[in-house]
Design a binder for this molecule. Structure first.
Ligand code: FAD
Length: 566
């Protein structure tokens, strides 16, 4: 009775405040039980951390930051707020690498996901523990299919473990949603002869839960699909505070909802990621073009040749990575995304006669799974690149290790950090463009992106993807065409001139709208319901809404995405 009456009083006060238009800042420590309260931070540095992201454009101050030490803590917090008459909102924060406040929550609670890493569940599935029960009650990593965990890893991280399916023999990694992809890479490489996930992002200091909430794309996606296409199973805490294990076979509605679901349906606390044997070496190649049509024709040729990965008989066949970038001829072809060219290469590039001043790099990588000699590797690479029409002799090749290749952005990041330039505003725009409309879209490149510029405000990515590697049942949105391009304008700006770049972004979006180019935003940002409905399309929007009602009916999760609270 006292509990019920205190709920009732809180409810009446809150209703009165909302009727009078007074913004509520609930005093969370008073509302929560002492155990949950002890995990909250309300100090200025914690609130400042949770109200900042990579974009540095949006700042929303939460009431508190929650530091879970187990999955059960997240369950308890969500259960608590769900049962409350006026629930406070919650957002999981992986690493805050969003650009527009997606992991923020004004006056609510930000869950600092990295806190889970200190969890050390003593899980040994061979000793008869009921793992499903254990996971649900202790926040451990779940292996509830009776699979043989062949590895106790030795990587010092109990939240990443490599296992082999006992029947089918394939390998996978169970990783905490808070884990960084760089740590997944190191842990899986350290297992047996070396394993690795097959689909990546360009930058690896992103959380598994954060990228799976979007899609996770890079140059491998044409062949293996985005990261969301390479997940076998998830543990998810829904907006009702219920913990489910889900997959294509079990609780599939939740599984499909959460992958690409922008944090709207639940918090990913574990993902089971597909692994393959790790390659021993990587040939990394860039080829230069001065003509957009030739550049895109060659990109499409490469992804069509090697896009049907299932049909490749030999793991050694085909290219493993296809991307592309747009650069200004007079600018440094290296940038923070990767340092690739020597000063000699740069001098050769600037000496070319390119009236438009715009150049295109087709970037590919081929993985080698054995220790071959150089002549053999060169012959194999030559076979893959046969028939391409890059500017003769303008092909640049490097041989690197897998870690050097996958972790290529880190060096630039550290350099920018040391100069205080990583923390500047980042008004990024990422869009998917249907293949049939890229010639119309081309107008944007010289007339908006490169207009009046001798340098661009950051890397500009442009490469095609195969839609048959995406699963339309999942929440992620793509154009409705077999092949579509991704354009990534990875702008960096000063603190007082980011609006100029934002206007450029708007100009691009307006141009597409006016000319009927059916783009979709990746890492989408909209502020009105109408725009979200257009983004999803009416059929997918209706499914998205139904799933929200099912898994987060009180609209507690990830309000920073502005989907259900605008
Ligand atoms: P956060 O910013 O912390 O969160 C993003 C959203 O996901 C929020 O809504 C949050 O509430 C939700 N969320 C976070 N964790 C969870 C969880 N465990 N369960 C459920 N929801 C959760 N993306 C690509 O696809 N390819 C790239 O190559 C790529 N490169 C990038 C390079 C840089 C330098 C940066 C800054 C970003 C890049 N991104 C790329 C974008 C990146 O994938 C997304 O911004 C991603 O969300 C970042 O992960 P995070 O852990 O920082 O997420």
């Amino acid at each position: 009775l006292p509990i019920l009456s205190s709920f009732f009083i809180v409810y009446i006060i809150s209703r009165l405040m909302s009727i009078l238009g007074i913004k509520q800042r609930p005093s969370l420590p008073n509302l929560l039980c002492p155990y949950l309260s002890s995990k909250l931070s309300l100090d200025k540095p914690s609130l400042a951390m949770a109200s900042t992201d990579f974009g540095n454009l949006v700042h929303k101050i939460p009431a508190a930051v929650f530091h879970p030490s187990s999955v059960q803590d997240i369950v308890s917090l969500l259960k608590y707020t769900y049962s409350h008459p006026l629930p406070f909102k919650i957002a999981a924060r992986g690493r805050g690498h969003s650009c527009r406040g997606q992991a923020m929550v004004e006056c609510g609670v930000v869950i600092n996901m990295p806190s889970l890493s200190s969890t050390k569940p003593k899980l040994n599935i061979n000793n008869g523990i009921d793992c499903d029960y254990y996971c649900k009650n202790n926040g451990g990593l779940n292996d509830n299919n009776g699979n043989v965990n062949v590895n106790v890893n030795g990587n010092g991280n109990d939240r990443i473990r490599v296992s082999q399916d006992p029947t089918l023999g394939f390998y996978y990694a169970d990783v905490g949603g808070e884990q960084l992809w760089i740590d997944v890479l190191h842990a899986t490489l350290g297992h047996g002869g070396g394993f690795a996930p097959v689909s990546w992002t360009d930058y690896l200091y992103l959380s598994v839960g954060g990228t799976l909430s979007n899609a996770g794309i890079s140059g491998q996606s044409f062949r293996y699909g985005p990261q969301i296409s390479n997940v076998y199973e998830l543990d998810v805490v829904t907006g009702k505070g219920e913990l489910f294990t889900c997959s294509k076979k079990k609780n599939s509605e939740l599984f499909d909802a959460v992958l690409g679901g922008l944090g709207q349906f639940g918090i990913i606390t574990r993902a089971r990621i597909k692994l393959e044997a790790a390659p021993k070496r990587v040939k990394w190649v860039r080829m230069l073009y001065d003509d957009f049509a030739t550049f895109t024709r060659d990109q499409e040729h490469l992804i069509s040749l090697h896009g049907n990965y299932q049909e490749l008989i030999n793991i050694n066949d085909g290219l493993n990575y296809v991307e592309g970038t747009i650069i200004m001829q007079q600018a440094d072809p290296n940038n923070w995304r990767s340092s690739f060219f020597t000063s000699n290469d740069q001098a050769r590039i600037t000496s070319l006669d390119v009236p438009s001043g715009i150049l295109y790099f087709l970037e590919v990588a081929k993985f080698y799974y054995d220790h071959y000699d150089d002549a053999y590797m060169d012959k194999e690479l030559e076979k893959e690149l046969k028939g391409l029409n890059y500017i003769p002799e303008y092909i640049f090749t490097k041989e690197v290790s897998l870690v050097e290749f996958l972790n290529r952005v880190r060096k630039g990041e550290l350099e920018l950090h040391s100069k205080g330039l990583w923390e500047v505003p980042h008004p990024w725009l990422n869009i998917f463009i249907p293949k049939s409309q890229i010639q119309e879209f081309y107008h944007v490149i010289p007339n908006i992106i490169a207009k009046d510029n001798t340098d661009l405000a950051g890397p500009v990515l442009f490469y095609p993807l195969n839609r048959n590697k995406w699963d339309d049942k999942m929440s992620a949105v793509t154009p409705d065409e077999d092949v579509f391009y991704t354009l990534g304008l990875l702008h960096s700006s000063g603190f007082d001139d980011w609006e100029k770049l934002e206007r450029k972004n708007e100009e691009i979006l307006k141009y597409c709208d006016k000319n009927g180019i059916k783009i979709k935003q990746y890492l989408p940002h909209y502020t009105t319901k109408e725009d979200w409905v257009t983004h999803f399309g009416s059929k997918k929007w209706s499914i998205f809404q139904q799933r929200k009602t099912l898994f987060d009916p009180k609209m507690i999760l990830s309000p920073g995405q502005n989907i259900f609270n605008n």
